[in-house]
Design a protein around this ligand. Sequence first.
Ligand code: CDP
Ligand code: CDP
Length: 236
Amino acid sequence: MNKITIAIDGFSSTGKSTIAKQVANHLGYVYVDSGAMYRAVTLYAMNQGLIAEDYFDVKTLNDKLSEIKVSFKFNKGLGFAEVYLNDKNVEKTIRSLEVSRFVSKVAAISAVRKKLVAIQREIGKSKGVVMDGRDIGTVVFPDAELKIFMTASPETRAKRRYNELINRGDNVVYESVLKNVQERDYIDSNRKDSPLVKADDAIEIDNSDLSLEEQFEKVLELVRKTLEIKENKKSN
Ligand code: CDP
Ligand code: CDP
């Protein structure tokens, strides 16, 4: 069976990684969380003291980019690949609100994007990949056979992210999470390089009122149709 590339983009906490993992597992495809890569570079900048509130040493970060290794290693128990920063597993650390506060500033830097997009394209070069992020359907894989753009109201998304952070034991307040979601939406949508926009050929799904099962069914239907079209093209 022909393998395809599936690009899932959208705003923060719309459920992109959840659906991307489910679809990848279902199809036996590779799942790539591109946001985790931007978070890993952000963690590096934080650890090096290059970024803080009202301070960002962009020049030094650019100079040190070649020292930053971002990679993935499949975790059998979890069923997906975890992200590593210079060979250290940072899967949990990168999900903090602290990292979320700085990540959109780091992701707006062109040299950072260039480095990470090259890795993303390398991972996806043989297709059979489901990648989620902000610019996957527009920049990383403009020829992806299936592009999905996920949306949900900011309040719904902030509530989801808040619950997630509380469940993992982080001490956060809902208002801070909502503020972060809104700030990131703004920076991500307005940056010069690869802003978050819906690709013309992406299918938009608003999942504000959809359960995880409902959204999975919806996306699977789209996957089935896309695979069918691909098979028909091949046999014609
Ligand atoms: O999980 P959540 O939606 O909160 O964010 P994420 O997917 O972990 O991405 C974190 C941040 O990385 C985003 O807010 C963007 O600033 C950046 N990002 C990006 O610029 N391009 C991507 N392809 C993926 C993430
Ligand atoms: O990757 P992204 O930031 O877009 O979102 P996620 O990490 O997949 O989902 C954020 C949270 O929202 C997770 O806890 C999901 O279980 C939850 N979610 C939900 O409750 N209902 C949906 N329809 C989608 C996501």
